[in-house]
Ligand binder design. Sequence first.
Ligand code: C5P
Length: 238
Amino acid sequence: MENSLIIALDFANGNEVDKFLVPFEGRKLFVKVGMELFYQEGPAIVTKLKESGHQIFLDLKLHDIPNTVKSAMTRLAGLQCDLVNVHAAGGKEMMMAALEGLEAGTAAGQKRPSCIAVTQLTSTSEKQMQNDQLIPVSLKDSVLHYAALTKEAGLDGVVCSAWEAVDIREKVGGGFLTVTPGIRMATDAVGDQKRVATPQFAHNAGVSAIVVGRSITRSADPVKSYEQWLEAWKGEKY
Ligand code: C5P
């Protein structure tokens, strides 16, 4: 999990995913299945990607009453993803219920999926957070609060922006995953993301994994782009 580049497979259906993955034939990737793809294809898409040897982050961002989240996580655990997530805004009790569900749904001898919590979405600015969510503190303080709450609940880490990773480690200690979307090369379009950082910045901040979507999936040459991203992220030639 540490030092991973996770490709967000934000496609409308499985055919588009198949087409995207053809030039990656033979490579074992770490991919993210989000709501759009999962709602279209269901659990079968996860099973198929898993059978091809890829690691899976199932990004469904659960946020509901504890009992519902627990039951849902029990089902998701059966898919044997590597990573799943919830919204920290659902609260500590909900996050603990998520873990209970994952543990209940993980077969004996299998590893339970790691579970992380979204702090503040990387598409949220401080102003939006203060106006829309009526959270009167700074964005950094809100993220740090959610990170501490997530740690207390026993989860494995958080989704945050690369800008917050160092402070989170300082606050909650090491061995806690920081998974960071909103990553862009200096020349890339930012789109709807607000708290963006370059792969080099994320590397220097010591984040556990970066999530990259459109910069790779919408590139004219996704394999070349992926290799450029690996190089920028890990500082190694591929
Ligand atoms: O295309 P882009 O690189 O912006 O994709 C980022 C991916 O990470 C999207 O799939 C988005 O849903 C996800 N994500 C995010 N911010 C979070 C959590 C997940 O952008 N806080």
